[in-house]
Design a binder for this molecule. Structure first.
Ligand code: PMP
Length: 459
């Protein structure tokens, strides 16, 4: 699979060395570079493929951290960016406006679940979560409900890395060290179907988790601003999936206690779960819908928080104190908005969700035989997200973390030309929607051999 053109290898090595002399990469123990983890300089991308400076190409099976929807270098999005860059690259968004932002807000509101009326723009997923948390608290405060200061979040949830977003996440890997700095939410049990008792269905697991939420709200409801959750799939938490019944019941409970529901669709939005937004599968409208990642097709950082007229109106007043003063320099960046409009136009022009149904069915077919491997305890899927839970042979017991099976699988897949970046010991496919049948066959073959290699060599 790998090519060994000496000039290209030397070129890649040259850039790798320069990078490692000056840069600090995200989500990385830099000590592991360059030996344990290969750092891959990429020269360009086309469709589902990334092209390394070393002359090899790599299938981007994780859509570059779930951002890419229609492939790298998608020409319509690239053209929209180029055009907008020449017209208006940026203007501050306080006191000024421009067409791309207005059109984007109109399009998003038209596509989102009914009942959302306002769009606040920010520039990454964590910022969107911060905005939603602050807006929720502040809207209650403005209405005189000043004792609502708590948030409820779910076990195993993830909402980003800035201090507020990190606080409502529950992944020790990211959270533990900063815990002394964080606000303390109440954590409710996750509806995660993997945690179902033997014989318990995903539906009943969801009902049981909703009952626990009801009990928590009965005790603390009067001091809570909002419940925040990732609809249907807890992505960073290991692609853990749950039944939409939980969302329905959570919505009802939030209404009963007069608290907000924040749906973080930063990872699952824009068709990943089979519907444009995951909330649609429970026919609910959240009070806040956080979007990012796929919003620009994977081209540029941008996020949006959609909220209701009721929340918006809580801020209208003669006093500046009651206004939502949160701001980022690049709020509403016109180039990012143009990229988002071009992305939404593709959903409009092409039967994306229908095509994805066929792709998701092909993914299921190809994944099924991999599920026979003794270390694969479960293959689960929601739309275009498919995950393999690696466990000890023929059991549901986690592999010893010291084995670093996920890391071994990552390296084995990379050597075979596929980017699979596991979450712990969960391998998953979340490919760009343009992935072809040939690419999927390649992905399945490499996944099977990466699982075999990693469980063998790491055992
Ligand atoms: N929420 C969810 C559900 C996410 O998956 C992520 C990113 N993985 C974030 C929030 C944070 O987004 P960002 O990395 O753009 O800050």
């Amino acid at each position: 699979m790998t090519m060994n053109d000496p000039t290209m290898l030397a070129d890649a090595a040259h850039w790798r060395a320069r990078d490692l002399a000056v840069l600090w990469h995200p989500c990385t123990q830099m000590r592991e570079h360059p030996e344990t983890l290969p750092l891959l300089p990429i020269s360009h991308g086309r469709g589902a493929w990334l092209y390394g400076m070393d002359g090899n190409r790599y299938l981007d099976a994780v859509s570059s951290w779930w951002t890419n929807l229609f492939g790298h270098g998608e020409p319509r999005i690239a053209a929209a960016i180029a055009e907008q860059a020449q017209r208006l690259e940026h203007v501050m968004f306080a006191g000024f406006s421009h067409q791309p932002a207005v059109q984007l807000a109109e399009r998003l509101l038209a596509l989102a679940p009914p009942g959302l009326a306002r769009v606040f723009l920010a520039d990454n997923g964590s910022a969107a979560v911060e905005v939603a948390l602050k807006m929720s608290f502040h809207s209650f405060f403005n209405r005189g409900d000043t004792h609502r200061r708590k948030f409820i979040a779910l076990h195993n949830g993830y909402h980003g890395e800035t201090l507020g977003a990190l606080a409502v996440g529950d992944l020790p890997l990211y959270r533990r060290i900063y815990a002394p700095l964080l606000i303390e939410p109440l954590f409710a049990p996750s509806p995660d179907a993997w945690l179902a008792e033997p014989g318990e269905s995903a539906y009943h697991r969801a009902v049981r988790a909703a009952d626990a939420l009801a009990a928590m709200l009965a005790e603390h409801g009067a001091t809570v601003c909002a419940l925040i959750l990732e609809p249907l799939v807890q992505c960073a938490g290991g692609m853990r999936m749950y039944h939409p019944e939980y969302l329905r019941r959570a919505r009802t409970l939030c209404d009963q206690h007069g608290i907000h529901l924040i749906a973080d669709e930063i990872a699952v939005g824009f068709g990943r779960t089979g519907t444009l937004f995951a909330c649609e599968q429970a026919a609910i409208t959240p009070d806040f819908l956080c979007l990012s990642k796929g919003l620009t097709g994977g081209f540029l950082p941008l996020s949006a928080v959609l909220t209701s007229a009721a929340v918006y109106e809580a801020f209208l007043d003669d006093s500046r104190d009651r206004a939502f003063l949160h701001s980022h320099s690049y709020t509403g960046n016109p180039i990012a908005c143009a990229a988002a409009l071009a992305t939404l136009a593709i959903f409009h022009q092409e039967p994306v969700l229908e095509r994805n149904r066929a792709t998701a069915a092909a993914m299921a077919r190809l994944a099924a035989p991999i599920g026979d491997h003794p270390n694969v305890a479960e293959v689960r899927q929601t739309g275009m997200i498919l995950a393999f839970e690696l466990c000890q042979s023929h059991s549901r017991e986690a592999l010893p973390t010291t084995q670093r099976t996920g890391l071994c699988a990552y390296r084995a897949a990379l050597q075979r030309g596929v980017v699979l970046r596991p979450l712990g010991d969960v391998l998953y496919w979340m490919p760009p929607y343009c992935i072809t049948d040939d690419d999927l066959n390649h992905l399945a073959r490499v996944t099977a051999s990466a699982i075999a290699a990693s469980t063998r060599s790491c055992a």
